[in-house]
Design a protein around this ligand. Structure first.
Ligand code: 4NP
Length: 148
């Protein structure tokens, strides 16, 4: 799961998908990263932690990290939150770029619409709840898509 800061959206997506995968006994390794290095080593945003915890998901132990080109090899699927993240991942991956692995997460819900998960960084609490709702539905669609 990749966003810009690895502070708001992608740690939430990571926690939601891991929780759903574990409930289904899927042996998946789920991780998240940001395309930027602004917050490396920091925990997720307090409001991302709050909305996750209200849904029984603890994400406070995550430490922000930056996406690196080796992730392109390590992971079978890389979900990005928005089209900027997609372009940044492509840039960082360089020669290791594999188009088949990288997808906008909302494409699993809304095929061919290029929809972005809105960045709540400059928003307020309601924006974090809206992101949670979107990611919860998107992660159900990810499970349906990958667990075939
Ligand atoms: P995220 O949100 O990409 O969902 O983690 C952001 C976090 C931090 C910044 C921007 C977006 N920032 O500019 O520091």
């Amino acid at each position: 799961m990749v966003c810009l800061g690895n502070i708001c959206r992608s740690p939430l997506a990571e926690g939601i998908l891991r929780t759903k995968a574990n409930k289904l006994n899927l042996n998946w390794q789920v991780d998240s990263a940001g395309t930027a290095d602004y917050h490396v080593g920091k925990p997720p945003h307090i409001l991302s932690q709050k909305v996750a915890l209200e849904n029984g998901i603890h994400i406070g132990a995550h430490k922000c990290r930056q996406f690196n080109k080796n992730d392109m090899l390590l992971f079978d699927k890389i979900y990005v939150m928005d089209t900027n993240n997609y372009l940044e991942v492509k840039e960082i991956a360089g020669k290791l770029w594999n188009e088949n692995k990288v997808k906008l997460i909302l494409s699993e819900l809304y095929l061919n619409e290029n929809k972005n998960v809105p960045d709540p960084w400059y928003g307020d609490e309601k924006d974090y709840y809206a992101v949670y709702e979107l990611l919860d539905k998107a992660c159900d669609a990810v499970i349906t898509s990958l667990n075939k």
